[in-house]
Design a protein around this ligand. Structure first.
Ligand code: NAP
Length: 285
């Protein structure tokens, strides 16, 4: 195996230790409100993990677990209260919202005060990312950028290919690479000749959700291959989009799944909550 393994788990652990010290030096603990509507098991696991991360760093997280039938109006009312509560620095509403009820996800995202929008999903924050003047970045692309920086991989002047164009991963990922002077191509399900494009990439980010999508013949020798996806293979094991062992023979750097982008995504929520708390505290001085 020739590629350097980009160890997101170790990097996130190291940074969490630093964050805990920065948080301890604040006038008060940052506060994160976590809203979970319904009882989707995967969402439950995500929320529990996020709350555990907060506790480890000294962030106070308060959970609002609402039954699926709560409804849009009551959910918006809760968000309005949290928007006005000065002890709450960040608000996270775990997505997706339950199906079969009157939830309007876009309206929920719009209702969160952009200064507390630690997921960076509010259109105001999305717009700020577009112009390169932002407080919050969506956690997954921000985590990828932090990993590239840690391993000394500078996107400037490089060919970057992002596979996937979702609002939470693919599009902001492409924008961040562009801000850092990469030459960026975005691919999606209707891109013909995907392999031709991925083979040109010095930095290849795959954010699709398809086991075995990126094979060794699609990768340029020496490239940095970032696997954002979290899939289950036929044996039920967690894996990404990238055919790991053969691609690792060819790439210069590669992220494992698990232990690559996942821990970095979780870390970035903590970074965003700290940033929100700092801004909140500064605003009141
Ligand atoms: P998504 O909204 O489903 O988007 C998937 C994207 O992949 C779409 O843009 C789709 O294209 C594209 N696509 C589908 N099939 C393709 C193909 N054969 N070739 C090229 N592109 C194809 O997913 P997402 O929310 O961005 O998440 C992507 C993956 O990352 C998932 O596995 C998810 O679990 C994972 N994820 C991981 C983390 C983490 O912390 N590591 C965080 C978020 C997401 P169209 O737009 O044309 O449909």
């Amino acid at each position: 195996m020739s590629a350097i393994i980009m160890d997101g788990k170790a990097l996130a652990a190291k940074r969490k230790g630093e964050l805990a010290k920065e948080i301890a030096a604040l006038d008060r603990r940052p506060g994160l409100a976590v809203i979970l509507v319904g009882n989707d098991p995967a969402s439950r696991v995500y929320v529990t993990n996020k709350e555990r991360d907060c506790a480890q760093c000294g962030i106070y997280s308060q959970e609002f677990a609402l039954p699926a039938q709560t409804g849009q109006k009551a959910l918006l009312q809760l968000i309005d209260e949290l928007n006005r509560d000065d002890r709450v620095d960040g608000i996270l509403c775990q997505l997706p919202l339950p199906q079969g009820y009157d939830y309007d996800q876009q309206e929920v995202l719009l209702s969160i005060d952009p200064r507390k929008d630690v997921d960076a999903f509010h259109p105001y924050n999305v717009g700020r990312i577009m112009i390169g003047d932002y407080t919050f970045l969506p956690c997954t692309p921000a985590g990828v950028m932090a990993m590239l920086d840690e391993y000394g991989i500078d996107p400037a002047g490089k060919r970057c290919v992002v596979v996937g164009r979702s609002n939470i991963v693919g599009k902001p990922m492409a924008m961040l690479l562009l801000h850092r002077h990469g030459t960026v191509t975005i691919c999606h399900s209707r891109t013909p000749n995907l392999a031709e494009l991925t083979r040109e990439a010095d930095i290849l980010v795959s954010a699709v959700g398809k086991v075995g999508l990126i094979t060794a013949d699609m990768v340029k020798p020496g490239a940095a291959v970032i696997d954002v996806a979290m899939n289950r293979n036929s044996e039920g094991k967690l894996c990404g989009d990238v055919d790991f062992a053969p691609v690792a023979e060819k790439a210069g750097w590669i992220t494992p799944v698990p232990g690559g982008c996942g821990p970095m995504t979780r870390l970035m929520l903590l970074e965003n909550t700290l940033a929100a708390a700092r801004a909140n505290l500064a605003g009141r001085k």
